[in-house]
Design a protein around this ligand. Structure first.
Ligand SMILES: NC(=O)c1ccc[n+]([C@@H]2O[C@H](COP(=O)([O-])OP(=O)(O)OC[C@H]3O[C@@H](n4cnc5c(N)ncnc54)[C@H](OP(=O)(O)O)[C@@H]3O)[C@@H](O)[C@H]2O)c1
Length: 366
């Protein structure tokens, strides 16, 4: 038998030294160190461990997030910003608007519900429960495409429903149905309807209501935009254009009026599962992973009650695409160019329009 050499082997034999562990290495380094060196190395080691742990925690948080980092840091609704406030919701007859009505009623808001279908508004009203619901909930039938004169009458009614109160919060939630079609195939009538409802009607209503808010020195517009208002949305070009228009208008409006007491919160949801409500808004049977409407609404109310200027609400991968397009547009737009054609085809074949597999071509995009 050979003798073990201090150089890591037995005389006469070539043997690899036993592997040295991190603790042993640290111990060796420490024993060789002066006290200053030791402090320095220990600090570096601690810094390395903490940064790695923080990076891993951040990554896990991001992968499992339901919204942007600022929104996720606001954990609860500020109830005092909602209770006893008059909140006017458009598009309250189904989908996200219906759940907004439910949650806001439960938080003690005084509600005005608008949409075209009065019977559906009545159904929503009947099931509300809260400090002022269902009895004091007001129904205001309104077609956003009906022009300024009709909208002006609606505003007059809304501000006089609750004496001495006006409207504190206007939630612009109504929108024209989002059909997925290639940009060049959108019929003229859909193009006009999308802009008349999503953009022109919404802006007119704002122009008519804002003077009442300015007179009282306070008011809050909460705008249901979309992830499609932040990133390209192949297959939804016109819808996306209408939401980009809303974002531009309302962020500008806030810049003009914030010093006069007007707040604006632009909410940008990704795919939301609205199939769980009493009425299906079109997501039923969809293959993509969609955020439940209740959670989307809860996050919307959190964003509004904290006065956030913009909030993104979605699961991945939509959230990651939003971050990329916002902060690294060259990469974000390159990614969307890869996805574009596949997404239009997937939508036409009723396959998932939000899957990561859209990056890899038709066969895998299911
Ligand atoms: N669902 C999603 O995945 C998703 C994702 C991102 C953003 N969003 C946005 O979130 C909002 C709500 O979405 P949703 O899925 O709940 O929509 P939805 O189910 O299609 O409901 C749309 C609402 O708007 C009303 N409306 C439509 N046309 C109108 C008009 N001309 N005048 C007045 N009201 C009108 C509808 O009521 P009547 O038909 O009775 O008028 C209905 O209450 C929309 O702004 C949408 O763009 C939704």
């Amino acid at each position: 038998m050979g003798r073990y050499s201090s150089h890591g082997g037995f005389k006469g034999l070539t043997v690899d030294p036993p592997p040295i562990t991190l603790v042993e290495l640290l111990d060796l380094t420490i024993t060789d160190c002066t006290s200053d060196d030791f402090d320095h190395k220990m600090l570096l080691f601690l810094f390395f461990c903490l940064s790695t742990a923080a990076a891993v925690a951040l990554l896990v948080r991001f992968v499992t997030a339901e919204g942007d980092f600022t929104l996720m840091s606001k954990r609860h609704v500020k109830r005092q910003e909602i209770e006893d406030k008059v909140v006017w919701i458009t598009g309250a007859s189904r989908g996200i608007g219906e759940i907004l009505a439910k949650q806001l009623a439960a938080l003690g808001a005084k509600l005005i519900l608008s949409a075209r279908n009065e019977a559906e508004l009545q159904r929503v009203k009947n099931q509300l429960r809260g400090k002022y619901a269902p009895d004091q909930v007001k129904i205001l039938r309104m077609d956003l495409a009906s022009g300024e004169e009709v909208l002006s009458e609606a505003v007059e009614k809304a501000v006089s429903f609750f004496p001495d109160c006006g409207v504190d919060i206007m939630i612009h939630n109504a929108a024209f149905e989002r059909l997925k079609t290639a940009a060049l195939d959108v019929p003229e009538e859909d193009l006009k309807a999308t802009f008349n409802i999503n953009v022109l009607g919404t802006i007119s209503l704002t122009r008519l209501l804002a003077p009442f808010m300015l007179k009282r020195g306070s008011g809050h517009f909460v705008v249901m935009s979309s992830a499609a208002g932040k990133t390209p949305a192949p297959g939804q070009a016109v819808y996306s254009a209408s939401k980009f228009a809303l974002n531009g208008y309302f962020h500008s409006l806030r810049s003009e009026l914030c010093q006069k007491g007007i707040k604006v919160t632009v909410v940008c949801p990704g795919p939301i599962d609205t199939s769980t409500g009493a009425t299906d808004s079109g997501a039923k049977g969809s293959l993509e992973k969609r955020l439940p409407t209740e959670r989307c609404v809860e996050l919307t109310i959190i964003a509004a009650s904290h006065g956030l200027k913009e909030a993104w609400i979605s699961y991945q991968p939509v959230l990651a695409v939003m971050y990329l397009v916002q902060y690294m547009p060259t990469i974000g737009f390159w990614l969307m160019d890869k996805v574009g054609k596949n997404r239009v085809e997937a939508a036409a074949k009723k396959r998932s329009a939000y899957s990561l597999s859209l990056l890899f071509g038709n066969k895998k995009a299911s």
